[in-house]
Design a protein around this ligand. Structure first.
Ligand SMILES: Cc1ncc(COP(=O)(O)O)c(C=O)c1O
Length: 432
């Protein structure tokens, strides 16, 4: 039998509050222990799931033969492709992970069909699994997080409608203006530290029902919040904002590209967040380590309508079970280990906090998930210049703003890589 699993997989038994507790125990070890390897039984995995501790750490040889691509949906201020390709520790994004050997084996073993003709068993298994996990009726497998968000918007909104979202949202900054291009929508941007806001702001942003105003149709909550620093929404605040939107008739959509990071960090189950929303997008190709794919989840009627737009947008695929199998594998084996990425981010943040001329955002212990942001002293030049210098020291990072740099931990970097990266960052501050 192929890798198709039903809802009773190892993953559905994940104890979310245990994830959180174990993470805190691990965090209290300073410095955090290097993961046992190369394969270990993760302390948070169920007894049946043996998961790779991490894929082999990046080596100069492997990076040279398999250069890291530029993540297209990420910010503009990247190191030049040549510099990034030379870098051996790739902290640009958690999208850069390569499928593990076990994931590749699962892909090769997947039973396949034609998803457009409605008989792709592995895609259907993934859709059933993720819908059950989020406590919704149905799900739709799509090529990317951008497509999942844009399908949600197109499914709900008409030209001239307005979406309420944080001003630093991914849908505003990194989706190529798609809400305007594909659905004809405006966005009412909200302020708030870390990509979060308050229910009163939602109420204030909703336009009066008047012929002069756009129709406020949708509220988007991003969790974790990328530009906000990998922030996790406190559940009560999340629920209150969602309730504010729903009370006023808005469709609440969660951009949950990294929802599993939020769950592992907070100890809440995915459905604890999803129950307050009408739709959720979730990515398998970020921290979860699958090569391709996201899902849009919601009511049966919503997903049936979204399916039509997926076809229209060119996102309906055929033997896509090959890819969906990687996503099922990721859900079964790569969720609880996100705690390792979070511990590594704190480890990295502790080192960055000690480097002169760099200002870490927040304190190392307050790093919420797998992202570390710092700003550069003016003497170090701009973010782009610094990232190019850093790439020459063997680390790839991304500039997110004129003098703001982002580092992301993931499945393909170990604690030892983090220590090497920290040394390289310190060298880059001295080499200008
Ligand atoms: C919060 C968030 N939403 C959506 C996306 C889009 O995902 P994709 O790159 O698969 O289109 C990203 C990508 O980084 C993201 O960070």
């Amino acid at each position: 039998m192929g890798p198709v699993t039903d809802g009773s997989s190892a993953f559905s038994d994940t104890n979310w509050s245990d994830c959180h507790q174990v993470r805190e125990v691990r965090d209290s070890q300073a410095p955090c222990a290097a993961p046992p390897g190369p394969y270990h039984r993760h302390p948070m995995s169920s007894s049946s799931s043996i998961s790779p501790a991490s894929t082999p750490p990046s080596t100069p040889a492997s990076s040279a033969s398999n250069p890291a691509p530029n993540p297209a949906s990420e910010p503009a201020s990247e190191p030049a492709a040549g510099d990034a390709a030379k870098a051996v520790i790739d902290l640009r994004s958690d999208t850069v992970t390569r499928p593990t050997p076990a994931m590749r084996a699962a892909m090769m073993a997947a039973p396949l069909g034609d998803d457009v003709l409605g008989d792709e068993p592995t895609v259907q298994a993934l859709e059933a699994k993720i819908a059950a996990l989020l406590g919704k009726d149905a799900a739709l497998y799509v090529p990317s997080g951008t497509m999942a968000n844009q399908l949600a918007i197109r499914t709900v909104c008409e030209p001239g409608d307005e979406i309420v979202a944080h001003k630093d949202s991914h849908i505003i900054h990194y989706e190529t203006g798609a809400p305007a291009a594909l659905a004809g929508c405006m966005i009412a941007p909200l302020d708030g530290a870390g990509g979060l806001f308050e229910p009163a702001q939602v109420h204030a942003a909703i336009k009066p029902k008047d012929q002069h105003a756009p129709l406020s149709r949708m509220l988007v909550l991003e969790n974790t919040h990328n530009r906000g620093g990998g922030t996790v929404w406190p559940l009560a605040q999340f629920a209150a904002c969602a309730a504010a939107g729903r009370e006023r008739g808005l469709h609440v959509h969660v951009d949950g590209a990294r929802l599993m990071n939020a769950c592992v960090a907070s100890g809440h189950a995915p459905r604890d967040f999803a129950q307050h929303a009408d739709s959720v997008s979730i990515c398998f190709s970020k921290g979860l380590g699958a090569p391709v794919g996201s899902a849009l989840v919601g009511s049966a009627a919503f997903i049936a309508r979204a399916r039509r737009f997926r076809k229209m947008f060119g996102g309906a695929m055929r033997q896509s079970g090959l890819l969906a199998a990687a996503c099922i594998h990721a859900l079964d084996h790569h969720v609880a280990r996100l705690a390792d990425d979070h511990a590594n981010a704190k480890r990295l943040a502790r080192a960055v906090a000690e480097i002169p001329r760099l200002s870490l955002e927040g304190s190392p212990e307050s790093i919420p998930t797998n992202m570390v942001f710092f700003t550069l002293d003016a003497r170090l030049g701009g973010a782009q210049e610094f990232c190019a210098r850093l790439a020459r020291q063997g680390v790839a990072a991304i500039g997110m703003g004129a003098n703001r740099v982002r580092l992301v931990t993931h499945l393909d970097v170990s604690a030892a890589d983090i220590d090497r990266a920290a040394e390289a960052i310190a060298r880059a501050t001295r080499s200008n």
